[in-house]
Design a protein around this ligand. Structure first.
Ligand SMILES: *Cc1c(COP(=O)(O)O)cnc(C)c1O
Ligand SMILES: [Zn+2]
Length: 422
């Protein structure tokens, strides 16, 4: 029986360092800086071992000791867990994609295989687990689509009420894939940033757990599990390079944090892993700041097919710049046609159909390899964060049947002989 222990000490302001007791709150009462969960690493060292982790379940909950599992009797903690089986997704070698773009040791972290098809299941599983322990019965969020679906699904499975707000121009598939779980689904005429602002006001007015507002410190920690898994799946070794997509920037920040935690706990050797960030040029406030060489994020109005990454005013942008700098990574962005090429390239070389965010990651990876900013021999992991089945609109204009015939052998042979070799 795998019983996690809580090593959570407090919430700490990322700006002024002041600590507050664990509660559903995300901003420092003193300076309004964002709060982050802090743990007692000294108590963990030597106790949280590779063996202990390996004895855990084949989900993100194998890292429960490093997640904000709240205090209380073990059985109450287990009962509160909101778990559809997210995490511990395959890390697969990608030799054919690697050969195409000039990388000899390329790997794909395939997060399309989460329960609702996106990495958001990790953060939601952790956020709703914490929310239940904090006494909430309603889960809410502002979303660019994947988060809405994941919150609706996890709330349904745990008997929580779900209130999800999305921009009304979202992909149809994401609206349907959310509505099917029966949440209160609110389509807001405006951008994600408008929706998010409204959620900030709602969070003050209603006693709900907004996964990306008042329980954001717990939510964000769930992304660390991508980093833990990459290291464990490589035999407890950090790769040389990781490339990850950025919306708010939180996922990238937490992957880099995960690597530092593993080094701190002596679960991996201390070596440099460069963490690089990818955005769509049509919404690239973080890469734009990086390219300017500054740390001020200038908000933009998103205009890209990569809707899951379309956050014009990214909450963790500054911290993403910091994480990339600290690790020695870089940032790049790519156009919508490059994103579509990236989706197809991944599908046609490795058999993985990713969404537009995956297209962003692959196209940026391609660019960095071509520019020599990722070396041919570098062990490189690309984070593929969501399934293409929810963003079929993006590729629809450029893919379809190769030919159409009646059910006749002659017609088939004639059509096949006309087909140009690919
Ligand atoms: C939300 C999301 C991301 C990035 O999220 P952050 O806000 O940067 O943590 C990446 N890929 C997909 C598919 C997403 O849904
Ligand atoms: Zn503060």
């Amino acid at each position: 029986m795998f019983l996690p222990v809580t090593y959570v000490q407090a919430l700490q302001c990322r700006e002024c360092g002041r600590r507050v007791d664990v509660a559903a709150t995300h901003a420092c009462g003193f300076c309004f800086g964002p709060l982050e969960v802090v743990y007692d690493y000294d108590a963990m060292r030597g106790v949280v071992t590779r063996e202990r982790i390996a004895a855990g379940p084949p989900t993100l909950w194998r890292y429960a000791d490093l997640l904000p599992v709240l205090d209380g009797p073990a059985d109450a903690r287990d009962a509160a867990r909101v778990d559809l089986g997210a995490g511990f997704t395959p890390l697969v070698p990608a030799p054919r994609l690697g050969a195409t773009i000039g990388l000899d040791d390329l790997w794909i972290k395939n997060d399309t295989l989460n329960p609702t098809g996106a990495f958001k299941d990790r953060v939601v599983s952790v956020a709703l687990t914490a929310a239940r322990r904090l006494g909430f019965d309603t889960a809410a969020c502002a979303s660019t689509g994947n988060l809405a679906q994941s919150v609706a699904a996890h709330a349904a499975a745990s008997g929580m009420r779900a209130i999800v707000l999305v921009p009304s121009d979202l992909e149809q598939a994401k609206i349907l894939a959310t509505a099917v779980y029966g949440p209160t689904l609110v389509a807001v005429k405006g951008t994600y940033d408008d929706v998010n602002r409204l959620c900030g006001e709602l969070a003050d007015a209603y006693g709900w757990a907004f996964v990306n507002v008042n329980v954001r410190p717990f939510y964000a920690e769930g992304s660390k599990t991508i980093g833990f898994e990459i290291a464990e799946q490589l035999g407890w070794r950090l790769p040389d390079q990781v490339v990850a997509p950025m919306a708010s920037g939180a996922m990238l920040v937490k992957i880099e944090k995960a690597f530092r935690e593993l080094i701190n706990l002596e679960l991996v050797d201390d070596r440099t892993c460069r963490v690089s960030g990818a955005q769509a040029s049509g919404c690239s406030p973080i890469t734009a700041a990086y390219k300017r060489g500054g740390d001020a994020i200038l908000p933009v109005r998103p205009d890209t097919i990569a809707k899951s990454l379309a956050i014009g005013d990214p909450a963790d942008g500054y911290y993403a710049l910091e994480a990339v700098d600290r690790s020695g990574g870089v940032m790049e962005d790519v156009s919508d046609p490059e994103i579509i090429d990236g989706i197809k390239l991944l599908a046609r070389t490795e058999g993985i159909f990713g969404e537009t965010a995956a297209g962003v990651t692959i196209a940026v990876l391609h660019k960095l390899a071509a520019q020599g900013r990722i070396g041919r021999g570098d062990r490189t992991v690309a984070v593929i964060s969501g399934t293409g089945l929810k963003t079929t609109d993006a590729v629809a204009p450029t893919v379809g049947p190769t030919f159409e015939i009646t059910a006749s052998l002659d017609e088939f042979q004639a059509a096949l002989s006309l087909q140009e070799p690919a």
